[in-house]
Design a binder for this molecule. Structure first.
Ligand code: TEU
Ligand code: CA
Length: 555
């Protein structure tokens, strides 16, 4: 397969909160079309669209009841075709979210399975007779047992890794796999360029089902045990690629967690199952099984983690680099120490992750520096996962106030507030009443103002993208090797990208204090600077707080 995507910039749209075109308070497909010029102007090539399929929205569309139809709140299949045409006209590509570890309990397959667990559809899921006992003591991602009584048929149990209304599909069944490949093919034929592949490590179970050592007082064990113990996922992934992606030279990015180190090459090597996969290294810093045990990220941890990922993937393949997504709090609120948050530090973080080797992915609103939302009360939260975090914290004995604080701080809903287009009412997201609260900081942080301000975070993103895509620097930014510098100097994040007969140095003074450094070589010129000025004298450089530059060196 070709690597047509390796110099491209990806932008993730979480449709419910992107742009509402018809005033019902919910973002929609026509709303995306309205903003294509904005994205083109920014420099985006590939849009990853989070689910827009038919769904009861128990998990914000990651619970799909019909893979080949569009949820009416988002529009119609004709709107999808229109979006595809409008993107093609602008040389842009669309990738959809492929959620095939599970579907919704409202999917016709599951309904038929409930009616008759012994039918062919019963075998599309993991369904067992209840009289044999609960097959495993596994706790799902959103809390509680992965086993529940089959709706309408309490003599049986079925398996769900996520919410109980997201039954897992049985990938061991070749007929189920065929259905999925057919559906993927159907979308590729329609013109989508590929997929972001959801929760894919969960499709392989550790069979036969059995218990694991309990890790909490509930007597259950984390579902991570299942992912880590299961063997043989590669057979499914290789087959899926051969039956679908390969035929279309599609671009795929896997949501891969807990892969085995020795299998990295199988995932994203030259002939890998996927084009790329997310680097979740930074996302995992300081995380624990429960949110009240999370710890804050220090610049030191952050540097160590991104550098480790770079080294690990060096001779293997390209990672998709992110600072946030729809499952995380805002990156600027996580990777910049509290109190240091400002436009300059936001630009510093942006440049640091953006020029790493790999494919840069921007999450909606990141380009204007959107921050965590100051939630005040649980009633403002919609996300099932956050509500579970809160309950788990309460059960562990935290006060309501403490439980809310930690659940809200790390809530996925921080990233799910509506996009801030302007300082007009509802941040210009909708003319109606928004489905979800708008972050009150939209008067200060919004796209319209930043489009008119050359010092804005948004225009800095634009400049970064232009530089990254400049064909003159392809040998550096696309192909160039990564090599760290000043690795042991605290609060300096610096690395080379090495091109043909030249290299660039990304240098970030990741702290509030200014600092002077003696560079190994006198740079030839400055390709990017997140401030107006620079103090450079030969190879002595002085950087202000969070000042970040890209310097070109030629031999
Ligand atoms: O996320 C998979 C995943 O591993 C999550 O459980 C993650 O740990 C969780 O978001 C933490 O709260 C994917 C999607 O990105 C997510 O939005 C879905 O909820 C999930 O799959 C189920 O489809
Ligand atoms: Ca709408």
């Amino acid at each position: 397969m070709s690597q047509w995507w390796k110099d491209k910039i990806i932008y993730q749209i979480w449709p419910k909160s992107f742009n509402d075109s018809n005033g019902d308070g919910i973002g929609d497909i026509q709303g995306i079309v309205e903003r294509l010029d904005y994205l083109k102007e920014l420099g985006v090539d590939i849009i990853w669209l989070s689910p827009v399929y038919a769904s009861p929205f128990v998990d914000q569309g990651y619970d799909i009841s019909d893979y080949q139809s569009i949820h009416p709140a988002f529009g119609t299949i004709q709107d999808m075709d229109y979006l595809l045409r409008e993107m093609e006209r602008r040389d842009m590509y669309l990738i959809m979210d492929l959620v095939v570890n599970h579907c919704s309990d409202e999917h016709i397959w599951f309904k038929k399975a409930c009616q008759n667990p012994l039918s062919v559809y019963g075998k599309y899921f993991y369904i067992v007779p209840k009289k044999d006992g609960i097959p495993s003591n596994v706790r799902g991602y959103f809390g509680g047992s992965v086993w529940d009584e089959l709706p309408g048929n309490p003599d049986y149990l079925y398996y769900h890794s996520f919410h109980k209304r997201q039954p897992d599909l049985n990938w061991e069944n070749p007929f189920l796999r065929k259905e999925i490949y057919y559906m993927i093919d159907w979308w590729l034929k329609r013109g989508v360029a590929g997929f972001r592949i959801d929760a894919i490590m969960n499709i392989k179970k550790d069979l036969p089902f059995h218990n694991y050592e309990a890790d909490r007082e509930d007597g259950m064990a984390s579902i991570v045990n299942v992912v880590q113990a299961s063997e043989g996922i590669g057979e499914f992934l290789a087959e899926m690629k051969k039956e679908t992606f390969e035929k279309y030279d599609a671009f795929t990015v896997g949501e891969v967690f807990h892969e085995k180190e020795s299998e990295l090459g199988d995932f994203i090597g030259t002939d890998g199952y996927f084009s790329t996969m997310f680097d979740f290294g930074p996302e995992l810093i300081g995380k624990a099984d429960v949110c009240y045990e999370y710890t804050e990220v220090t610049p030191k941890d952050y540097k160590k983690t991104i550098f480790a990922s770079q080294k690990r993937m060096e001779s293997i393949g390209l990672l998709a680099n992110i600072i946030e997504n729809h499952d995380e709090m805002r990156g600027v609120s996580r990777y910049i120490p509290e109190g240091d948050l400002c436009d300059t530090s936001k630009k510093a973080l942006a440049a640091v992750y953006f020029f790493l080797k790999g494919i840069p992915v921007i999450y909606q609103g990141q380009e204007i520096g959107m921050e965590n939302c100051p939630f005040q009360d649980l009633s403002e939260i919609e996300d099932v996962s956050t509500i579970n975090d809160y309950e788990v914290a309460l059960e562990a004995g935290l006060s309501e106030e403490e439980a809310f604080r930690c659940a809200a701080r790390y809530s996925r809903d921080n990233a799910r507030t509506p996009m801030q287009w302007s300082d007009d009412i509802n941040a210009g997201f909708t003319s109606g009443s928004p489905w979800f609260g708008i972050n009150p900081d939209y008067k200060q942080i919004n796209a319209r103002e930043q489009l008119a301000d050359e010092h804005s975070v948004l225009q800095f993103y634009q400049k970064m993208i232009q530089l990254r895509k400049d064909p003159d620097y392809e040998d550096i930014f696309v192909e160039g090797k990564f090599e760290p510098l000043y690795e042991d100097v605290d609060n300096v994040i610096a690395y080379y990208r090495i091109g043909e007969g030249r290299r660039v140095l990304l240098l970030s003074n990741y702290q509030r204090k200014e600092r002077e450094l003696v560079l190994p070589v006198k740079p030839e010129c400055i390709l990017l600077n997140n401030m107006d000025h620079i103090t450079l004298d030969g190879n002595r450089i002085r950087l202000e707080g969070y000042q970040t530059v890209i310097l070109l060196e030629t031999n």
